[in-house]
Design a protein around this ligand. Structure first.
Ligand code: FES
Length: 155
């Protein structure tokens, strides 16, 4: 269900009062991405207006961070690390599995919009590689055997 614009404005106002206009940009962008799944131009305009900051500044902040998305995504976003430790420990096999089973390519979304795949540069779990996030859930020590069962939890 599409979030109600008035509810969003109330939440942005609460963030602004809680954090102050300058420091509420990141929480506000996170909130919008949670609600809408990604950030489009009208959402960024709404946030800039509600927080009384120049839209160019907000766009600059949003585009600086790789966690913000500017394209529609599936219901669940897989963020798979492909940096050195994860690659050495088998991330390539996981990528092959995602492509073979779901036709999922890096940056892509499954036809049923169940999953989107984002390739990350180290998510801070090198000691338990390979690792990934699905939405806000963290998984480590992944293998071709464990991955299918994990993905089944996300519909
Ligand atoms: S290299 Fe994958 S978590 Fe660090």
């Amino acid at each position: 269900m599409e979030p109600n614009r008035q509810d969003i404005l109330i939440e942005l106002d609460r963030l602004r009062k809680e954090h102050g206009p300058g420091v509420s940009l990141l929480p506000a962008l996170h909130l919008m991405q949670q609600r809408f799944g990604w950030l489009d131009g009208s959402t960024l305009s709404l946030v800039a207006h509600a927080l009384d900051v120049p839209e160019a500044r907000l766009r600059g902040v949003a585009t600086f961070y790789s966690m913000f998305r500017f394209m529609p995504v599936g219901r669940h976003v897989i963020q798979l690390c492909s940096n050195v430790a994860c690659m050495v420990m088998g991330a390539e096999v996981l990528l092959d599995f995602l492509k073979g089973r779901y036709g999922l390519e890096p940056g892509g979304t499954t036809q049923d919009r169940r999953f989107s795949l984002v390739i990350m540069e180290c998510i801070g779990a090198c000691g338990s590689a390979p690792a990934m996030l699905i939405d806000d859930d963290f998984y480590e020590n992944l293998s071709a055997e464990s991955l299918p069962g994990i993905l089944e939890k996300y519909r």
